[in-house]
Ligand binder design. Structure first.
Ligand SMILES: [Zn+2]
Length: 402
């Protein structure tokens, strides 16, 4: 049976205007037809009246840690647990993420096969959840940034072999730690970690298999190293200078800013003092960097670091507000969170609302372009053609949810 969203205001992720009076026909998991204006008679379909409602593609978060719960000390909750138990905990966080309207995530560091197994179960349709793109464990230097959810490797040969092993294990991308960060004791966000030679080895191996490399890169030297060796996505990018930002724009490197996690960390004294101090130092430069990146036309894909300390999944929408405050218009923010994010993740089957794509969509009660914060509120979430949150339903429908 088909489902038809009738007479909606469509924000499709592609064009920069709202397409009024749109009808979207969903069959099984896919969008099979989009028409404008009067609908022709359709037999055997659930018709959902979306008059005065707005439909956008399901949102995408390009930087999450599903194994962490976003509490003030997420690592302690998984520390010492086996990967199977951690995978079940990650499933709970994946469901919470889907319920915020995020229908796809890229997970960029998880221990063992925990999130890789969860990815397989969800992506193959055995469990309900957001589509997952996963790096498995991040590659870091011995004792490097969040080494407890990574795999430690040193020197070109070890890095090359570790990258090959991860690819053999079925990861969708490689994540590397190019600099220090906030939430590992005894390191500075600005200090480089993996060397240029080590980064080159991982990029070589990943690109041979057509996989991208995402780099945690907060300090300038680390960012410069990443740009020089052809890293595909820069995560955080806090201390990028003007030259690096121009280079990102020129090379088409994606920036995944994760502004919200730094703001949360800098304003919550429940975290250890040493982390709080570091967080407070990065918030200002991070904001200025994002403003410049927008100005110079860097490809920005929305990512939050949700799961990290004091940042559970519901903070996703605050990231969008920060992007808008930094200079993006609201349509650009929605596109960064849908189409551009899908491109960043190499997902060609979703991220926009058009014929032949997977039916991941949100039905919103008012215009998000006028106020992005309405994305936080009640909405209906369609994942792979099925409504997933009927208890919050705001649209009259006779649809029976399975
Ligand atoms: Zn992260």
């Amino acid at each position: 049976m088909k489902t038809i969203l009738k007479n909606c205001n469509l924000i499709d992720g592609l064009v920069s205007n709202i397409v009024k009076n749109s009808n979207i026909v969903i069959q099984n998991e896919e969008i099979v037809e989009i028409s404008i204006g009067e609908m022709k008679d359709v037999q055997d379909a659930h018709i959902i009246d979306c008059t005065n409602k707005y439909v956008i593609p399901g949102l995408i978060d390009c930087h999450v840690h599903l194994v962490w719960d976003g509490s003030d000390d997420p690592q302690s909750n998984i520390s010492g647990k086996d990967p199977e138990t951690i995978a079940l905990m990650a499933y709970k966080h994946a469901l919470a993420t889907l319920n915020t309207g995020v229908t796809t995530v890229r997970d960029v560091a998880s221990p063992g096969r925990s999130v890789l197994s969860l990815r397989d179960s969800i992506n193959q349709g055995h469990l309900l959840g957001p589509t997952i793109v996963a790096s498995g464990p991040a590659i870091c230097m011995t004792g490097g940034h969040v080494h407890y959810i990574g795999v430690e490797a040193d020197g070109e040969d070890e890095i090359r072999k570790t990258t090959r092993k991860l690819l053999k294990d079925g990861v969708d991308l490689i994540k590397v730690m190019a600099t220090g960060g906030i939430y590992t004791f005894g390191e500075e966000p600005g200090s480089p970690q993996l060397t240029k030679e080590e980064l080159t080895a991982t990029v070589d191996e990943a690109h041979k298999k057509n996989k991208k490399v995402a780099a945690h890169a907060e300090g300038l030297i680390g960012i410069q190293n990443c740009l020089e060796v052809g890293i595909d996505t820069i995560e955080h990018g806090i201390f990028a200078d003007e030259e690096s930002i121009r280079k990102m724009a020129k090379k088409g490197t994606y920036l995944v800013p994760t502004m919200i996690v730094m703001k949360r960390l800098a304003n919550d004294d429940s975290i250890p003092g040493w982390a709080l101090e570091k967080a407070k130092q990065v918030v200002g430069p991070h904001q200025k960097m994002l403003e410049k990146a927008i100005k110079y036309g860097v490809k920005i894909a929305t990512g939050t670091d949700c799961g990290s300390p004091v940042t559970p999944p519901e903070y996703y929408h605050d990231e969008l507000l920060i992007m808008e405050q930094a200079g993006m218009d609201s349509m650009a923010v929605i596109q960064a969170s849908t189409r551009v994010a899908a491109e960043c993740l190499d997902l060609r089957d979703r991220g926009v609302i058009s014929e032949g794509k997977k039916a991941d969509m949100l039905i919103l009660p008012s215009n998000p372009l006028e106020n992005l914060s309405i994305l936080k509120g009640d909405k209906e979430i369609i994942k792979n053609g099925k409504f997933v949150n009927t208890e919050k339903s705001t649209t009259k429908s006779e649809l029976v949810v399975s």
